[in-house]
Design a protein around this ligand. Structure first.
Ligand code: PMP
Length: 405
């Protein structure tokens, strides 16, 4: 009996979830595995945020919230976007959902016709492609190589736009590569889009606060005010406030788009958890000290990984500008022989070898549509990362016929 509808046929299970499963299975067999597959902050949600949820529940905020978000949380989003991003939105230009993931889903569900093309910058967050496939759209991957800092160029964008293009998805800074765009880069992309008024822009800014080397964050819509009326700014509290389990994300954009997204949301879930929205409002409105502490910790981890990779022949890594991943080039290992005589044909073979030999779970670049790379999450302690890098170095050193790429 086939249970799944044909629209799911094209969708692969999430690569990072599969890697985590393999890591868990290896752990269950008694193997000593360090799971660097999944990306979520290893910190606890700050206490004042947890307290706000508790108080909201005690106050009786336990009934169905308005579909597009509680008034308190939408106001917190409006204030946040004005204060931090210099973006002015009205309350009916904001929607609160179960994570940024649901914001993305609502937006694409509300707007895609079958066959509509959605441009995405490879390497990209896997969900982008899968939602588009589920909805019968056509994902179009634009290859953004390491040599250009994994950034999309205006020329590439211009070449990729067709009459069927519905969206361009941007991720600032990006998962998995930590790509960062300057104001000039964003304005150059905006200048291309100005000439194509049928294209909508989705700017996923969930890693906004995890930005390194003293960089200041600039939203796409703030860099391109002339495109604000066709830009959806997506953000959430998962990464900045260590709140992945609370499932709160939000989107801000043109009123009619937000209304269409709200229609989708009303059928799926009637809105996001009221108590979690109270917590998220406290996160946005409250003290931001912990955000800075988390950011500094992620930067120190980034530094450790960059420094260690530089000493491993066959691997390459330019310092990621943000987010909490390292997208490590492994061209120098392709074609090398493992101690038991296997040839590493591609980055999936490299990650299988690392799991088997080093006990390190990492996700192959093919999952993000750019090879040969592998992604490790740096959302774990310096001590664990130190051991993990030792083990990667030792396993790579055992390979025969490595070369410097
Ligand atoms: N966008 C990107 C680029 C992400 O990496 C993630 C989480 N991995 C999300 C969106 C979703 O975040 P959430 O649903 O937890 O808000």
């Amino acid at each position: 009996m086939k249970f799944a509808a044909s629209r799911l046929d094209a969708v692969q299970p999430s690569a990072s979830a599969s890697v985590s499963q393999a890591a868990k299975a290896a752990k269950a067999r008694g193997e000593d595995v360090i799971d660097l597959g999944l990306g979520e902050p290893d910190f606890d949600t700050p206490a004042h945020i947890v307290e706000a949820a508790h108080l909201a529940a005690l106050r009786g905020e336990t009934r169905y919230p308005p579909t597009h978000g509680t008034a308190e949380m939408r106001q917190a989003v409006v204030d946040k976007l004005q204060r931090e991003n210099d973006l002015g939105y009205a309350l009916d230009e904001v929607i609160v959902s179960n994570g940024a993931k649901q914001v993305l889903f609502n937006a694409l569900m509300a707007t895609l016709e079958p066959g509509d093309e959605v441009l995405m910058c490879a390497p990209y967050f896997g969900q982008y492609k899968d939602i588009v496939l589920i909805l019968g759209g056509a994902p179009v991957a634009l290859e953004c190589p390491a040599e250009n800092g994994f950034r999309l160029t205006p020329q590439q964008l211009e070449m990729a736009i067709t009459p069927k293009t519905r969206w361009i998805l941007l991720n600032l800074p990006s998962n998995p590569a930590g790509a960062v765009y300057s104001g000039e880069d964003l304005r150059a992309l905006g200048a291309v889009l100005e000439a194509h008024p049928h294209v909508l822009v989705l700017s996923d800014e969930i890693y906004e606060h995890i930005l390194f080397d003293g960089r200041a964050f600039l939203s796409f819509a703030a860099a391109n005010p002339q495109l604000k009326d066709r830009t959806l700014t997506v953000n959430g509290v998962s990464k900045a406030y260590a709140m992945t389990g609370w499932r709160i994300g939000y989107g801000a954009g043109p009123k009619l788009l937000i209304a269409a997204m709200s229609k989708v949301q009303s059928q799926i879930c009637s809105g996001a958890c009221s108590v979690a929205q109270a917590a998220a409002a406290a996160a946005l409105n409250g003290p931001q000290d912990e955000v800075a502490v988390f950011r500094a910790a992620f930067e120190a981890r980034r530094d450790l990984v960059v420094e260690r990779v530089a000493r491993i022949a066959g691997l390459t890594l330019d310092p990621p500008g943000g987010a909490f991943y390292a997208f490590i080039g492994c061209a120098g290992l392709i074609g090398a022989q493992t101690p038991d005589g296997k040839t590493l044909e591609d980055d999936t073979a490299v990650t299988a070898y690392l799991l088997d030999d080093a006990g390190i779970a990492a996700v192959p670049g093919s999952a993000y549509e750019l090879s040969p790379f592998f992604r490790i999450s740096t959302a774990t302690s310096l001590e664990v990362l130190d051991v993990a890098m030792d083990r990667i170095a030792a396993s790579v050193a055992k390979l025969k016929e490595r070369h410097d790429p």
